[in-house]
Design a protein around this ligand. Structure first.
Ligand code: SAM
Length: 194
């Protein structure tokens, strides 16, 4: 266990004050540990408090060194089904955008990410399921102008989440704590234990 110094607590509090409880990613059957780890690392960098995953096998996802330890600082809630994940997010007021490589999906830069937003990313091979596409409030894509049809899922997540970070920086959403005091104290106590 790390020593609980005032400097360490100060550092944790600085990071916690920038956490965004109303920005998240839903990873639908993203199984490869290096992709999962890389996405959580991006989530940490943009201030996601809790990410979500759908894993029907119920197993706990595995992480590797690509996470840079970020899985300790970004909570990951695993849902048994896409339907259940959407219900959970909707009950908490999220607008849900699914990434989709198809006509009709809007440019990811056109979305207002300062509102409570969840972005769904899909499996490496199959992409986001038809079920998730149908349940979403909107579809977004990153324009691809080259020969290859799609990006690696962790790269796509970074592109979109950093656009969300850019918008939220402009809107001042990192300038004041976004967690209610009770949750703030709960998370801080948990982080201090790590
Ligand atoms: N054949 C799959 C398809 O048609 O969706 C490709 C899946 S892609 C390798 C894996 C995931 O990365 C996608 O489900 C999506 O979440 C994300 N992704 C990759 N390229 C993207 C792009 N240009 N725009 C938005 N999301 C993208």
């Amino acid at each position: 266990m790390r020593e609980r110094t005032p400097q360490r607590q100060k550092r944790l509090e600085e990071v916690l004050r920038r956490r965004q409880p109303d920005l998240t990613a839903l990873l639908e059957n993203v199984h490869k540990p290096h992709n999962l780890s890389a996405i959580l690392r991006t989530c940490d960098a943009v201030g996601v408090l809790e990410a979500h995953a759908v894993n029907p096998t119920g197993g706990v996802p595995t992480f590797n060194e690509t996470s840079g330890g970020s899985h300790k600082w970004v909570y990951l809630r695993v849902h048994p089904s896409t339907e259940e994940a959407f219900r959970h997010l909707r009950e908490r007021g999220f607008r849900i955008y699914a990434t989709a490589l198809r006509e009709g999906a809007q440019d990811y830069r056109e979305v207002d990410y300062t509102r409570p937003t969840a972005i769904v990313f899909g499996a490496e091979k199959w992409g986001v399921s038809e079920e998730a596409l149908a349940l979403s409030d909107g579809l977004v894509h990153i324009p691809m102008l080259g020969m290859v049809q799609s990006l690696n899922v962790s790269v796509a997540a970074a592109v979109i989440l950093f656009e969300a970070q850019r918008q939220r920086l402009m809107a001042g959403l990192y300038d004041r704590p976004r967690l209610d005091p009770e949750l703030y104290q709960k998370v801080l106590a948990d982080w201090l234990r790590k």
